[in-house]
Design a protein around this ligand. Sequence first.
Ligand code: GDP
Ligand code: ZN
Length: 365
Amino acid sequence: MTTSTASHPLRPYGWNDALATDFAPHEADGLRPGRVVRVDRGSCEAVTVAEDGRVTSVRVGAGPVASPDPLLNPCTGDWVALDLDQGVARALLPRRTAFVRAVSSQRSDGQVLAANIDQVLIAVSLADELDLGRVERFLSLAWESGGQPVVVLTKADLVPDPVTLSYLVEDTERVAPGARVLPVSAATGQGMDTLAALIDGTAALLGQSGAGKSTLANALTGTDAQRVDATRDGDGKGRHTTTTRDLLPLPGGGVLIDTPGLRGVGLWEADSGVARAFTDVEALARDCRFHDCSHRSEPGCAVLAAVDEGALSLRRLENYHKLLRENERIAARSDARLNAEILRNWKQKKALGRHMMERKRGPQQ
Ligand code: GDP
Ligand code: ZN
């Protein structure tokens, strides 16, 4: 089997030269590359290349790559080295980007929701009033992942007046420095070619429920079931499954990740993401008199001056404060957890030390 990029059967799933380089040592070990479609309690479903060179979908055990650190466990979008004889994933290839939820609940410390995403499509419905604060929140998450955000204004057919539509686009652009804003309609096809052409590598879909993500996915893939059939084999080694709908190759090139885990996300630690989403505020802040200005009431605050002049909206500044505050709370919570863990380790070590000392000294009289 060749791993040359241009002709590689996994190219429609995102295979590229960099991956081929990373995979080379595993290929020498007789392993096969696979891309994780989804993970389900200790097993993962991956697309890979069968003996006959065709792309197939297999379910394999993730045991050999399982890590006590949840952030190092495979997730949708990851590339793995598969041992198809044993039906297991042997290695996880280095990630380029990742959606990491640092704190999701009391139970879990961290979680990777999706990996190796080049572009983040943020679906925002034009059927409802634009919620710019929500757009800013999604942008912070998108930037934090390392992917390039694109704000996709969906259901543009519901805004038939071109002047109104251009205002909505401009309003969105103002809160999305560095990101492209594109109105589309899956219903009429408006903007869909532009969007398809824009996708380069792997794109993921983010957005509120009802924003039109499924419809967008179906329109981009040219299907209406999001289903990719794969054959079943009877050898029992790597059970074949019948769907890869979390990870979809697009007819015009590129891959779309639409995984339930990414849908309806809140905010997690996205410190640098917030900074990237608010580069305009951060640029203004460089001219504040005090370097640690909080932009609330300080004299000589360039950010507040911009609000006074109407160059920056108070709403945007307040949302910036809010997202940073949320982040601090989340970071403090994970710090508390980390501290508890450090303390536990230290106590264990101390107990072990005492035990060793006692053994050295021999039984006490
Ligand atoms: P999801 O929850 O983000 O996956 O959203 P869906 O794709 O299920 O869409 C939610 C609703 O919006 C459905 O009733 C769709 O028919 C509708 N919808 C999606 N795209 C369009 C569009 O381009 N135009 C119009 N008018 N409605 C749309
Ligand atoms: Zn300031």
